[in-house]
Design a protein around this ligand. Structure first.
Ligand SMILES: Cc1cc2nc3c(=O)[nH]c(=O)nc-3n(C[C@H](O)[C@H](O)[C@H](O)COP(=O)(O)O)c2cc1C
Length: 206
């Protein structure tokens, strides 16, 4: 099938998000200007550069409480955020933190998540998450948005500190089976990592 995206499509659900999969889940913790913590998952998320390490999270639409999702508002105000890697053990807590809570409510409390201080920035980390990336804002990029009452924004950040659970390191490498991250697929589907395989670049000298 083919359809132009600015015209209607014949499918029961828009297939776009099911076409770009699996998407890693950036489970973002922030703090408001008033000091209230916030946690929410985002799958429009990825690393974008290594030297220095940088990543992107896209926050789209609004909440029933405000024109701007708390995560975006908090990063606009404080310029700092933590990416916590969501794994299978934490899947229910991750999902619970997606509920549109009032800005005065810390989703960490609602989802019964234990938080622990970060090393370099103010927002706390989700203690049981195996990997935390402490980030500082580098830029906001406003994206196209079909709705005048909403906004889509790409948030870029520099990773200034990385925590990795020692139990997830084997021979100095991150063991993905021990991290066991979850990813977002289309519709209501999620996945864990399946079969692994290696590829060696023979054209590389080292
Ligand atoms: C797995 C998952 C991935 C999500 N990805 C995104 C995303 O990429 N962008 C977005 O704006 N919302 C996304 N959401 C919805 C937000 O988590 C939700 O709107 C949340 O209430 C935002 O919280 P906040 O207002 O505290 O920032 C996702 C939800 C789930 C469960």
């Amino acid at each position: 099938m083919f359809f132009k995206t600015d015209e209607s499509h014949p499918l029961p659900h828009h297939p776009f998000k099911a076409c770009i999969v699996p998407r890693p889940i950036g489970w973002v913790s922030t703090v408001s200007a008033e000091g209230i913590g916030n946690v929410a998952p985002f799958s429009f998320f990825n690393g974008v550069a290594q030297n220095p390490p940088q990543l992107m999270v896209a926050v789209n639409g609004k909440t029933p409480h405000a024109d701007t999702k708390d995560t975006l508002q908090n990063i606009e105000n404080t310029k700092e955020f933590v990416i916590n890697i969501a794994n299978y053990d934490l899947r229910n807590e991750m999902f619970r933190t997606a509920a549109p809570e009032h800005p005065n409510t810390d989703e960490a409390d609602v989802a019964d998540l234990e938080m622990t201080p970060s090393t370099l920035i103010k927002p706390k980390r989700i203690k049981n998450s195996p990997i935390h990336l402490e980030c500082v804002l580098t830029q906001f990029v406003p994206l196209l948005c079909d709705s005048e009452s909403e906004r889509n924004t790409a948030i870029f950040g520099k990773v200034v500190g990385i925590h990795i659970d020692d139990d997830c390191l084997v021979d100095g490498k991150v063991d993905i089976r021990k991290v066991n991250p979850i990813s977002r697929l289309g519709y209501k589907d999620y996945a864990t990592v399946g079969d692994l395989f290696q590829m060696n670049a023979k054209w590389r000298k080292s």
